[in-house]
Design a protein around this ligand. Structure first.
Ligand SMILES: [Zn+2]
Length: 237
């Protein structure tokens, strides 16, 4: 991708998550990565969505999280995005929102269980909630946002989760980060996460004793859309 294409895709994805109702004010950011060139584009820090345009997306060095060139400062969450790109191969775009229902699960410090096939079509099991950051992680070291990324990576390692099988996380006391192989899949996953987070709240309101779907039903739904034996949708040319 050229710089212009990267900025264009990043701006379009930021506007798409706002159109989808996942954002209030400036609470969120999307980045899009070009691994071949070792660069990602991200929303500028604190800029109102009405002012976003491709030319003010910030290009960042994938190795260092430093902005390339002058201009706007990148989102303050840039180091979190950088840690996730470097740890999770195959991720091409990352979406951070404070969408209401997913954030409620993060604030409750609870994994979002896979209560139904809507969830299983996109996420291979529960969406994990991280451990809380320690005071040291919040106040010192390489920085709060970097340590937020490390907390996510640690949680995936501890649970031996495939980040492409479960492309979302709930950061305890904060909000979700969601990703995908490209901007379209990351934004779709962010929308689906919010929908299944809302369904999960309603499920527990109706039936506090509700349990996750069976492993067989989870496998059936996830595998028919993903992996070697996928058969959902139309064959690829
Ligand atoms: Zn946030």
């Amino acid at each position: 991708m050229t710089d212009a294409e990267l900025r264009e895709q990043c701006c379009a994805a930021n506007l798409a998550i706002r159109r989808a109702g996942l954002l209030l004010l400036t609470w969120g950011n999307v980045s899009v990565c070009d691994r071949d060139r070792g660069v990602f584009a991200i929303k500028p820090s604190g800029m109102p969505y009405d002012e976003l345009a491709p030319h003010n997306m910030v290009l960042v060095d994938l190795a260092t999280d430093r902005a390339l060139g002058g201009g706007w400062r990148p989102s303050s969450d840039t180091p979190t995005h950088g840690v996730l790109y470097r740890a999770f191969g195959g991720v091409g775009a990352i979406v951070h929102t404070h969408s209401k229902c997913a954030t409620a699960w993060a604030q409750a410090g609870r994994d979002l269980p896979c209560f139904g096939t809507t969830h299983a079509d996109y996420f291979y099991g529960a969406i994990p909630c991280t451990a809380g950051l320690t005071d040291d992680e919040i106040n010192s070291g390489e920085g709060y946002e970097h340590n937020t990324g490390q907390a996510i990576v640690r949680e995936f390692q501890r649970r031996a989760l495939d980040p492409l099988g479960v492309p979302a996380v709930l950061v305890r006391g904060h909000a979700p980060f969601v990703w995908g192989c490209d901007a379209a899949s990351a934004t779709e996953h962010a929308m689906v996460l919010e929908a299944v987070a809302e369904m999960g709240l309603d499920t527990l309101a109706l039936a506090p004793e509700a349990v996750p779907i069976s492993a067989a039903l989870l496998d059936k739904h996830f595998q028919r859309k993903h992996g070697a034996r996928a058969y959902y949708g139309q064959p690829r040319a």
